[in-house]
Design a protein around this ligand. Sequence first.
Ligand code: NAP
Length: 259
Amino acid sequence: MVNSCEGKSVIVTGASKGIGKGIAAVFARHGAKVLVVARNLDQADACAAELRAGGRQVSAFVGDVTNRSEMEEMARVAVERNGGIDILCANAGIFPQSKLEDMSGADWDTVLSTNVKGMHFSIQAALPALKRSKGGRIVLTSSITGPVTGFPGWAHYGASKAAQLGFMRTACIELAKYGITINAVLPGNIKTEGLTDLGADYERTMAASIPLKRLGSVDDIGHAAMFLASDQAGYITGQTLIVDGGQILPESLEALNQA
Ligand code: NAP
């Protein structure tokens, strides 16, 4: 793939760790100017400092996607520091677990306000600058959980990840007149710091249920996001890209074990 993100201004929300950090790292390695966004100042700064190694252009912004004025300030800072906004990776998301019997109104509000409303606030704030870019790009981090699969304790999370795709399918029509595309990456099980904390046994069991026999890396998601943000993907909008090592495909354990 020809590198078309060299010199582009990229915002990644939820980028101080995990998948967002991986997305930010991939763009930075390919010469983009990256703004890393998260709520915790120390973690955002530490991440930006780490990704700056080797002269890469990465800086941190402390902001909460659920706060509209903080998202507006994020966009202003990206324009001031990096000369505009070409690519927004709306990645920030949370996944607390709660069984149906216990799920409270507050649980719903927290998950939906971060994963859906926060995604919208970040997009809305970046829009004026994205419109000025030649070929603005928005890449959402959804999930296989919700749009395709289910997992106990994640009814509200799965609903929020499916809601992102419903949002995207209308947004792509509204944004097309500005030459802006919006697409979503749907990660499977990705090896983040949180998952590493669950231990090697957990990782081995999860990997065994995936046809490619490994968890995804944060780079796997970063590369998918970079493709959807590239010039080469300019005619793709309103689409989903599942990045899961084939995880959703075996129709039974038998199908997996017979291979
Ligand atoms: P993670 O390791 O918990 O990292 C979440 C990041 O988002 C952190 O940088 C966190 O920093 C930030 N964040 C959380 N709430 C925020 C808010 N309100 N405003 C701004 N930043 C916020 O999560 P992850 O596993 O990388 O997941 C990232 C995305 O991938 C999520 O949308 C998730 O649904 C999706 N996903 C993950 C997996 C997986 O296997 N890990 C699979 C499918 C989909 P602060 O706490 O400092 O704000």
